[in-house]
Ligand binder design. Structure first.
Ligand code: GDP
Ligand code: MG
Length: 192
C-alpha cells in the first residue's frame, strides 16, 4: 500500500472542478484517507516547495529554458537569467503566490502504487503534453509560454507527489497522523 498527497490547486477549486477530479481518483480505486479544504499560508507553501531541493528547482528551470528555446525567446531578456537554479527559484516564488492565492483542497489517497497511479491520472506538468483522458489533458488550458510570459506558475489544476520519497515528506506537512484514517473500501474485500 502506498499513500500520496494531492492538492486541488486554486484553479481547480475556482473552476468548480473539485468533484470531477476527485471522482476520477475514486473510480480508479484510490481511497481517500485524509482531506482538508484550506487557505494555505506562505510558511506551509514554502515548505511544500522547498527552497533547498535543488533537483526540483533545476528541473523547473530546465523545462523553462527548453520552452524558451522552442519559442525562440531569450530567457535572459525575459527572466534576467539562463541559470536553471536561478530560474527554478523564481518559479518557486510564483508557485508560492499561486498556491496561497485562494483555498485549495488537500487529500491523501491510498492504493497499491498510489504515487504512480495518481501521476498517470493527473497527466504531464505541461498541459500541452498531457494526453486527453488525464485531468490536466482534459481540463487545463494554460501553457508554459503564457505562464512564463506573465511570470506566474502554470495553472495545471492538481499537485501530486512526484515520488514515494516526496509523498513521505509532503503528507506529514499537511496532515497529522490522527487526521489520516484507516478503513476498508468494498473492492478490498473482493481482492482478498
Ligand atoms: P508537477 O510535479 O507535475 O506539478 O511539476 P513540478 O514539480 O516540476 O512543478 C511544480 C509546479 O510548478 C507545476 O505543477 C507548475 O504549476 C509549476 N511549473 C513547473 N514548471 C514550470 C515552468 O516551466 N514554468 C512555470 N511558469 N511554471 C512551472
Ligand atoms: Mg512536482
Amino acid at each position: 500500500m502506498e499513500q500520496t498527497l494531492i492538492i486541488l490547486k486554486p484553479d481547480a477549486v475556482s473552476r468548480g472542478l473539485s468533484g470531477e477530479i476527485i471522482k476520477r481518483f475514486e473510480q480508479a480505486g484510490l481511497k481517500i484517507v485524509a482531506g482538508r479544504f484550506q487557505k494555505v499560508d506562505r510558511e506551509l507553501a514554502g515548505k511544500h516547495y522547498p527552497a533547498d531541493r535543488e533537483s526540483f528547482l533545476r528541473g523547473m528551470g530546465q523545462k523553462t529554458l527548453e520552452n524558451y528555446e522552442k519559442m525562440g525567446a531569450d530567457p535572459v531578456k525575459m527572466l534576467g537569467s539562463k541559470d536553471t537554479l536561478e530560474i527554478g527559484k523564481m518559479i518557486r516564488e510564483w508557485l508560492i503566490d499561486y498556491i496561497t492565492s485562494a483555498p485549495v483542497l488537500a487529500l491523501v489517497l491510498e492504493a497499491p502504487h498510489a504515487v504512480e497511479l495518481v501521476r498517470k491520472i493527473g497527466g504531464h506538468t505541461l498541459p500541452l503534453l498531457s494526453p486527453p483522458g488525464t485531468i490536466r489533458g482534459d481540463f487545463a488550458y494554460d501553457s508554459s509560454f503564457l505562464a512564463n510570459t506573465a511570470k506566474r506558475a502554470i495553472k495545471n489544476l492538481v499537485h501530486a507527489s512526484g515520488s514515494v520519497e516526496e509523498a513521505k515528506y509532503e503528507i506529514p506537512l499537511w496532515f497529522k497522523a490522527s487526521e489520516i484514517h484507516a478503513y476498508e473500501r468494498v473492492e478490498e474485500k473482493v481482492m482478498r
